[in-house]
Ligand binder design. Structure first.
Ligand code: SF4
Length: 543
C-alpha cells in the first residue's frame, strides 16, 4: 500500500477492504463462507475499535465457517409432545400458568430448567425408602439449545437451584448470583434418610445436536453408583412451560366460551356485547373454579411485579455493567433522564417508553425476578406499556386488568398454534408475541372495539415475522434488551395505526399471521433459533 493509500485508510477505516480480509483460506473451508466471515469479522473489529490481526481473523473465520452450510431447517418437534397436540382443542391455558414470576434471563433456559429439576426432586422424594438409601448421585444433562446457549443464560445455576428445592417464583436472585461468584459450592440434598451432595459439576452441558423431541431437552437422573434409580426426560417448551416424556396434561374444566382462534374469540365478545378481556375472565373462572376477585387478585400481582421491575431497573446506577463477557452498560436510567428533557412531546414519549422497556429487560439481564410475558427475553415489552399506562397516563387500573387478560389471549393463541420458544421459532416467537400482546393490552385499555384489538395485535406480530434469535455470546443482552424497547414502541405504533384506520379495511387477520408465525418458525434455519451460531452472535467481535 502506498503512503497515500495508507493515509486514506487511516482517515477512513473502510476505504481499503483488503485489510479486512485475511488472505489465506484454510484447506477444506468453503471460500465464499470464509471470505464473508473474515470480512464481517474485520469490519466489525474496525467499527468497534477492536484490533485484530488478519491471522486472528483467519482463525476466527475458520472456526465459524462451515465447509458446507446447507440451509438447515430445525428437525420437527415430536408429534406426541403436548405442545404440538394442543392446537387441536380449545384454548385451555390460564393466566397463572401463563404469566410466571421467575429469575431471568430466559424463561426457557432458567425458569423452565429450574421447574424441571424441582419437579424431579419432588418425584425422587417419593421413591421407596430402600431405594433412596442406595442413592449416591443426582445428575442433570442439558441438550440442544439448552446446551448451546445455556452457559450464557446461567442454565446450570437454575438447574442446580431447582434440584436443591428452589422454585422460580420464590428463589432469591442473590442465591443465583452467589452460585455464579462461587461456582464450587456444594449443597446437601435430602432424599429420605439419605443426603446427597450436589454442585454445578453435576449439571452437564451435553450434545448440542441430535434427534431430540424438542430443541430444549434435558434429562435428570438419580443414580446408585452406575445403576439408575430414577430417570426422566424433560422439555422446556417455551415461556417457562415444561413437559416430560409420557406427559399427559391435567384434565381441566371446559371454558365458558370455547375458542381456538381469534375469530371465534371475537365472535364471543361481539355476540355477548362485551370485551375480549371479559370473555377471558369468564373462561378463567370456569376452567379454574376461581372467583372474579381471585382472578383479578392474581392479575394484580402480575401488574405490580411488572411495575416493580421497571422501577427497579430505572433505579440502577447509570454506570452499572451487566453480568457476562459483553460488559454491557445499563442505559435505562440515562435514556429516561435524557428523554424527559426532550423538548418535543412525541420524542419524549418514545424515549421514555423505550427506557421503561430497557429497565425491565436489563433486570432480566441481571438475572433478577421478571415476569414471563410471554418469555424472559421479552420481559421488557409488556411492563413498559403497563408502567407507561398506569404510572404515566394514570389510566384506570381496572382497564389494565382487562388489558392483561386480552394480552394473555393473544399469547395463548400464539402458544396454541405456533410457539413461544425461540429455540423453536426464533425471536419472532418472543419479542414478536410480546409486542402483539402489548398492542392488545393498549387497545383494550383505551376501550377499543374487539376488531381494533385484533388488528393492533395482528399488526405488531406481522412486523416481527422472520425475526431471528442470535444472542451475542449466548447472553440475553444483545440484541435482546434493545429489542424489548423496539417491541414496546412497535406495540404502541400498532395500536396507533389500528385505532386510526377503518377496522374492517384491515386486510390481514390475526389468525393468518399466527399461521405465518408457525410456518416461518418451521422453515427458519436452526442456526437462528437460540443457538448463537449465526447472525449477530457471529458478526459481533467482543474484546
Ligand atoms: S434474540 Fe430474542 S429470542 Fe433470542 S434470546 Fe434475545 S430476546 Fe430472546
Amino acid at each position: 500500500m502506498s503512503n497515500k493509500e495508507a493515509g486514506k485508510s487511516a482517515q477512513d477505516p473502510l476505504a481499503d477492504t483488503h485489510e479486512l480480509i485475511a488472505p489465506e483460506i484454510p484447506r477444506g473451508i468453503d471460500r465464499r463462507s470464509f471470505l464473508m466471515r473474515s470480512a464481517v469479522g474485520g469490519a466489525a473489529a474496525v467499527m468497534t475499535g477492536c484490533s485484530q490481526t488478519p491471522e486472528q481473523r483467519t482463525a476466527g473465520a475458520a472456526a465459524t465457517a462451515k465447509p458446507e452450510a446447507p440451509a438447515a431447517a430445525a428437525p420437527p418437534l415430536a408429534p406426541d409432545l403436548n405442545v404440538v397436540k394442543k392446537g387441536e382443542g380449545p384454548v385451555l391455558t390460564t393466566v397463572d400458568e401463563f404469566y410466571k414470576v421467575g429469575p431471568g434471563p430466559s424463561s426457557s433456559h432458567t425458569i423452565g430448567p429450574m421447574r424441571i429439576t424441582y419437579d424431579f426432586y419432588q418425584r425422587a422424594t417419593k421413591l421407596p425408602a430402600d431405594q433412596l438409601a442406595k442413592a449416591t448421585k443426582l445428575q442433570v444433562n442439558l441438550f440442544g439449545s439448552l446446551s448451546a446457549t445455556g452457559k450464557g443464560h446461567g442454565t446450570e445455576r437454575a438447574a442446580l437451584a431447582g434440584l436443591i428445592g428452589n422454585e422460580p417464583a420464590t428463589v432469591d436472585p442473590k442465591f443465583l448470583d452467589g452460585l455464579r461468584d462461587k461456582p464450587d459450592q456444594v449443597f446437601p440434598v435430602k432424599l429420605g434418610s439419605k443426603s446427597i451432595d450436589v454442585s454445578l459439576k453435576d449439571v452437564i452441558y451435553d450434545a448440542t445436536k441430535g434427534d431430540f423431541k424438542h430443541p430444549n431437552t434435558m434429562t435428570v437422573k438419580l443414580l446408585a453408583g452406575n445403576d439408575v434409580l430414577l430417570e426422566q426426560e424433560y422439555y422446556s417448551v417455551g415461556g417457562g412451560f415444561i413437559e416430560r416424556k409420557g406427559y399427559t396434561p391435567p384434565k381441566k374444566n371446559p371454558p365458558k366460551y370455547p375458542f381456538r382462534t381469534m375469530k371465534e374469540l371475537r365472535t364471543h365478545a361481539d355476540t355477548n356485547k362485551t370485551t375480549i378481556g371479559k370473555i377471558i375472565l369468564a373462561n378463567e373462572m370456569s376452567i379454574t373454579g376461581k372467583s372474579e376477585a381471585e382472578v383479578y387478585a392474581w392479575v394484580d400481582k402480575v401488574i405490580n411485579a411488572m411495575v416493580a421491575t421497571v422501577k427497579s431497573g430505572l433505579s440502577m446506577p447509570e454506570d452499572d455493567v451487566l453480568p457476562g463477557p459483553i460488559k454491557l452498560h445499563s442505559k435505562a436510567a440515562t435514556v429516561y433522564k435524557r428523554a424527559m428533557d426532550d423538548k418535543f412531546q412525541s420524542d419524549r414519549g418514545i424515549g421514555v417508553l423505550s427506557a421503561f422497556a430497557l429497565a425491565a429487560s436489563e433486570e432480566n439481564g441481571r438475572g433478577h425476578l421478571v415476569i414471563t410475558a410471554p418469555t424472559g427475553g421479552s420481559a421488557g415489552v409488556m411492563p413498559a406499556l403497563v408502567y407507561g399506562l398506569l404510572e404515566v397516563r394514570k389510566v384506570d387500573r381496572q382497564k389494565v386488568r382487562e388489558g392483561m387478560l386480552a394480552a394473555a389471549a393473544v399469547g395463548y393463541l400464539c402458544k396454541h398454534h405456533a410457539t413461544l420458544s425461540a429455540a423453536e421459532g426464533g425471536c419472532q416467537a418472543e419479542i414478536g408475541v410480546a409486542s402483539s400482546m402489548a398492542a392488545a393490552l393498549t387497545a383494550t385499555v383505551f376501550d377499543a372495539e374487539s376488531h381494533v384489538v385484533e388488528n393492533a395485535a395482528e399488526s405488531a406480530l406481522e412486523h416481527h415475522l422472520g425475526m431471528t434469535c442470535d444472542p451475542v455470546a449466548g447472553y440475553v443482552q444483545v440484541p435482546c434488551i434493545e429489542r424489548c424497547a423496539f417491541g414496546a414502541v412497535k406495540a404502541w405504533t400498532a395500536y396507533a395505526i389500528a385505532s386510526n384506520e377503518i377496522a374492517s379495511r384491515h386486510r390481514v387477520d390475526f389468525d393468518a399471521t399466527v399461521t405465518a408465525l408457525a410456518e416461518t418458525a418451521k422453515d427458519m434455519n436452526s442456526k437462528y433459533k437460540e443457538t448463537s451460531e449465526a447472525g449477530l452472535a457471529q458478526s459481533v467481535t467482543l474484546c
